[in-house]
Design a protein around this ligand. Structure first.
Ligand SMILES: [Zn+2]
Ligand SMILES: [Zn+2]
Length: 270
């Protein structure tokens, strides 16, 4: 069984203090075949927050050294999690053209300049409106970034809005099913995958991101590219709940999951 975690943050991300060495050591301890570090880069995070402005040259240089140091013990890959918004369309060209990067996750943390985890977003809109806007914005924005490898933690908006909606964890998928279908159809057509992000369970949800309903729909529509990521911000969360994730994917009918090297997809048995 191939062991790989394709979504892990280190202290290069403004929201993690974990050292890269701890991550590598933990991955070895877990008997992993490979690990992809995917620190945040967001050049227009809401409210003028600058902590996600990754120092890309330093990041690449440091990860290349780490890769070399651990070469005989574990395969370390260089990834990045990009915060996507339409106005950033040309800002990430350097990342897309960088040959050292193995894997690019495109994520939607901010919608129309608002952080979806913040109060402002849900204060302003009803729950259904907020969810609709989130999915619509994803559909419009992924068209502008055809070179991402996977769409990150789709439907993770169900973590937020607690202060305003008692049922904040429930997305009315019936209401948004057409737009979600369009997102999947667009991704499949462009050869962009999705990730199964296990962090939902750590947030107290009963599901991963995307939730089972959406994983099933992705499969039904012909989706094949799916990576597995813990979204760990500390070494102890690496590969968290991966056994459950594998089982779920198998139950849905997937036979393979994916990893990426130099932006090329690799299929691994589940
Ligand atoms: Zn994210
Ligand atoms: Zn992340």
């Amino acid at each position: 069984m191939y062991k790989a975690d394709s979504h892990v943050h280190s202290n290069f991300s403004g929201d993690s203090v974990e050292r890269l060495e701890n991550i590598a050591e933990r991955a070895i301890e877990l008997g992993m075949d490979e690990i992809t570090i995917t620190d945040h880069l967001d050049l227009d995070y809401a409210d003028g927050i600058k902590i996600f402005e990754l120092d890309v040259p330093k990041y690449i240089e440091t990860l290349k050294k780490l890769k070399e140091t651990y070469r005989d013990r574990i395969k370390i890959k260089i990834g990045v999690e990009l915060g996507l918004q339409p106005q950033l369309v040309r800002k990430y060209d350097g990342i897309f053209n960088c040959e050292d990067i193995d894997f690019i996750i495109g994520s939607f943390h901010c919608i129309k300049g608002m952080n979806v985890a913040g109060r402002k977003f849900f204060e302003k809109y009803s729950k259904d409106e907020a969810h609709r806007m989130y999915f619509e914005e994803i559909l419009e924005t992924i068209k502008l970034f055809p070179r991402i490898n996977v769409c990150g933690h789709l439907d993770f908006i169900n973590r937020y809005g607690k202060a305003f909606h008692n049922d904040y964890r429930e997305i009315n998928f019936e209401l948004h099913k057409e737009i979600i279908d369009q997102i999947f159809i667009k991704l499949i057509k462009k050869n962009i995958g999705i990730e199964l992000n296990t962090s939902g369970l750590r947030y107290g949800l009963k599901d991963f991101h995307p939730c089972r309903r959406n994983l099933e729909r992705y499969k039904e529509l012909g989706g094949k590219i799916i990576t597995m990521g813990s979204d760990a911000h500390k070494a102890s969360d690496i590969m968290k709940d991966f056994d459950k994730a594998r089982e779920e994917l198998k139950e849905i009918g997937f036979e393979k999951f994916c990893t990426f090297e130099k932006r090329k997809v690799e299929y691994r048995d589940l």
